[in-house]
Every structure is written in structure tokens, then in C-alpha cells.
Design a protein around this ligand. Structure first.
Ligand code: MN
Length: 438
């Protein structure tokens, strides 16, 4: 996947939007795409810049854009970004270059553009696209190994893992934007020694730290996406939390895989950080350990191996109701690199379509939980607490084997490379609410 580096990535470029300078997530080098609303206005496309959101519907009407950039802004003027995502790479990049120029210091557009900026704290953020299909992969090899050890101590990694990017079809209807409350779900629970299952609220509510991949242009039914072209089909990334009810999962998951343990809610961060913004943060895919099989040719591309991974640092924090009441800072549960993925995003896309399955604009792929090799990099409580037997201690003295009602879980991710301005996703959060009475 080759994406051009251009003037929009220049670390020397600054914006007349003062809060963009040094912003942890949204300096002028990022310009992520989302859907927002404010006041009584309808939801519409926007771009985050510092502490503000640039209204793309207003920009499309302003006369400041032309050509492919105008086409892209018009496609982003409605309540979902699907029409923009469908346009593919070139118009999205043209919009980025135009917006970057309009927001850059020493340009004469400040007076015209400033009225189209809304303070982010006055806006509501919505799901950036209507998700037609959601697929969750399992490419975090340390997670797969850790969980495999808990569920199948003798046989943690099944023999297909290093040949096939494992995935399953998730539920699109329950993909929600960051901040959506996490209602503790009910499900069938059966302890290993119980005679029969019961229906009850889950006692083992967990999170899964993942990246979400937004599909741009789709492929036609019956046509596989060649791996060397996979990058053209990826619009950008968000953070993704695949909330999971581990007790439901343990009872239901065989033989067909996850079902009600995961489809009650999937949370994504609201901004799509585009493939263009991510371009300078591409790094080599870590080499496979000696003795591992080579991927089949349809999953192997020299360019993808050379720059198919990303320099992203992911972090998860927890804050219990009591921690917040006592004014304590959130506790970091994990921090680690997103390069702990056995398969690249291009390999996920190529594999998903190799049988002719059509991906569509706005489809969402989860990477699977991204864990590192050590406990401080584990991407779920299931792993951190070793299946619930070694709870995490909070600053209040409370302990957590799994999530309790009132817990606020927050994920963040930062793209960092020496010599560049780092960018981020913005938060992906959720607070656990008590189960409804059944
Ligand atoms: Mn998952």
C-alpha cells in the first residue's frame, strides 16, 4: 500500500486555529472525518481541528472548494459518510489537501472559514458511517495465545491460525459511537459444574482493545481484492471496543463462534483517521518467527510486508464510580504498540474478499484484540486477570476481575514517529450501567 506523503504531513505546517498546535489528537496533520451535529442542526460531515469541528456541508456551499475536493465535501454533507467513503482515495485526498491549505497559517482564508468552525464541546458526535456489515478478526497473536491458554490449555493456537486470518461476521446494528452507555447484558450462563444453564446478567463483562478499519470503495461481488491493491479500499481507522460477556461466551462459543456474548454492543471512536493521515506512520510488518509458515501468495505482498503495519501506541484506562467520586485519576490498564498483529490490514482485506465476498463503503472490520507479550500490554481484563483469578487492584483498593457497574473504560491511540507531529484518534469510551430487570 503506497500513499503519497505531501505538504499536508509537513511537521512545520501550523494552523491559525490556535488549539490545533500541540493538540494530542487533532493537529493540522490529522484532519479526521466524522459526523457531528450542534443545536437544532442536522447531523453532517465534519473534520476535527484542534478543539473545533469544521462543518463540511457549509464548506461545500462556500465556494472555497472546486473539483474533486468539492465533490468530496458535497458527499460528506449528509448524516453519514458512506457517500464520501464510496468515492475512494483521490477525492478524499483532494479534500484533505484543500482543507489543510484553508486551515494553514499565512493563508488568506481565515475570515471565510472561521464561521464554519464549531467548538467541539458544543457538538454531538455520531457514528461516522452507516455500517452495512461488521466483521471481527483475531489477528492479535498474543491475545489469541493468552485466551487459547484459558479456554484450551493444551492447544492454545489452533493449527489454522498462522495460515488463515481468522474472523467471524459480527453484528452491524449494535455498533455505536463512543460514549454510548454499556448496559450490562443478560445471557445464558452455565458454570462448568452446573447441571443446567440459567438466564442472568453477565458477571464477566469485559472489553477488547481493537482497531476498527473503515472500508472506502467496495469491490464487486465475485471479484477478489488483490493484496497489492488492498490499500485503495481502506478509508481509515478508528478505535474499536468489542465489549464481551465472557461467561456467555464460554458456554455458547462452540461450535460456531461468538454470538450473543459480543453482539449487544461494539463501540467505535467517532473520527475516521484517514489512510492519508496515517501514511507517514506506516512501518514494516514484524517478521514472522522462525519456523512459521509463509503466507499463501494471495496474502503476501512485498510492499505490504515493508510498510503494512502502523506505529500506533494504544492505551486503556479504567475509572470506577468511587475513583471518580474521590477525584482520582483513571488507572492505566495497559499500553502497547499496535504492531502486535500477526496479519496486516491489507491481508485482512485480501482474505475477506478472496472468495468473491463484496465489501461495501462503510463496512467495518475489527482487528481483534491487540495484546502484547507482557501483562502491561494485555488488551482485555480476561487476560489481565488470567480468567478472573488475579484481579486488578484500583487506587481505591477496589479490585476488578471484570467490569463492575459504574466503571468508565477509555481507550486512546497515538500515532508517533520521530520527526513528525503525532496524531491521535480521540477517545473511545463507555460507562457500564446496571442490567435491566429481566
Ligand atoms: Mn474481538
Amino acid at each position: 500500500m503506497t500513499v503519497a506523503i505531501d505538504e499536508t504531513h509537513d511537521p512545520a505546517r501550523t494552523s491559525w486555529v490556535a488549539s490545533a498546535q500541540g493538540h494530542p489528537d487533532f493537529p493540522i496533520q490529522n484532519l479526521p472525518l466524522g459526523v457531528f451535529s450542534n443545536g437544532n442542526g442536522a447531523p453532517r460531515g465534519g473534520i476535527a481541528i484542534g478543539d473545533f469541528i469544521l462543518d463540511l456541508a457549509a464548506l461545500a456551499r462556500s465556494g472555497l472548494l472546486d473539483g474533486a475536493a468539492l465533490q468530496a465535501a458535497e458527499a460528506a454533507s449528509g448524516d453519514t459518510l458512506n457517500p464520501l467513503l464510496a468515492l475512494g482515495t483521490a477525492p478524499r485526498r483532494a479534500l484533505r489537501r484543500s482543507v489543510s491549505a484553508l486551515l494553514a497559517r499565512d493563508r488568506p482564508h481565515r475570515d471565510a472559514v472561521a464561521p464554519m468552525l464549531h467548538p467541539a464541546h458544543t457538538c454531538a458526535l455520531h457514528l461516522p458511517a452507516r455500517v452495512g456489515d461488521y466483521t471481527d478478526f483475531y489477528v492479535g497473536i498474543h491475545h489469541a495465545t493468552n485466551v487459547g491458554l484459558l479456554f484450551r490449555p493444551d492447544n492454545p493456537l489452533l493449527p489454522n491460525y498462522k495460515h488463515v486470518p481468522i474472523g467471524y461476521h459480527g453484528r452491524a446494528s449494535s455498533v455505536r459511537v463512543s460514549g454510548t452507555p454499556v448496559l450490562r447484558p443478560h445471557g445464558q450462563l452455565k458454570a462448568p459444574d452446573a447441571v443446567a444453564p440459567t438466564l442472568a446478567a453477565t458477571r464477566r463483562l469485559d472489553y477488547e482493545l481493537e482497531l476498527g478499519v473503515w472500508i472506502g470503495t467496495g469491490n464487486l461481488p465475485g471479484s477478489a481484492i488483490p493484496i497489492e491493491e488492498a490499500g485503495e479500499y481502506v478509508a481509515g481507522l478508528s478505535l474499536l471496543n468489542d465489549w464481551s460477556a465472557r461467561d456467555v461466551q464460554a458456554w455458547e462459543y462452540q461450535p460456531l463462534g461468538p454470538f450473543l456474548a459480543k453482539n449487544f454492543l461494539t463501540t467505535v471512536s467517532p473520527w475516521i483517521v484517514t489512510a492519508e493521515a496515517l501514511a507517514p506512520f506506516r512501518i514494516a510488518q514484524p517478521p514472522r518467527p522462525e519456523g512459521d509458515p509463509a503466507p499463501l501468495p494471495y496474502l503476501l505482498d512485498a510492499g505490504d510486508q515493508a510498510q503494512g503495519a502502523l506505529a500506533i501506541t494504544l492505551e486503556v484506562t479504567i475509572s470506577s464510580e468511587r475513583m471518580r467520586a474521590e477525584g482520582r485519576a483513571p488507572l492505566r490498564l495497559s499500553r502497547g504498540p499496535a504492531s502486535n498483529m500477526y496479519w496486516t490490514i491489507a491481508q485482512m482485506v485480501a482474505h475477506h474478499s478472496v472468495n468473491g465476498c463484496d465489501l461495501n463503503p462503510g463496512d467495518l472490520l475489527g482487528t481483534g484484540t491487540i495484546s502484547g507479550p507482557t501483562r502491561d500490554t494485555f488488551g482485555s481484563l480476561l487476560e489481565l486477570s488470567r480468567g478472573g483469578v488475579e484481579p486488578v487492584t484500583l487506587p481505591t483498593g477496589e479490585t476488578r476481575a471484570f467490569l463492575e457497574d459504574g466503571d468508565l473504560l477509555s481507550m486512546s491511540g497515538r500515532m508517533e514517529t520521530e520527526g513528525l507531529v503525532s496524531i491521535g484518534f480521540g477517545p473511545c469510551t463507555g460507562t457500564v450501567e446496571p442490567a435491566r430487570k429481566s
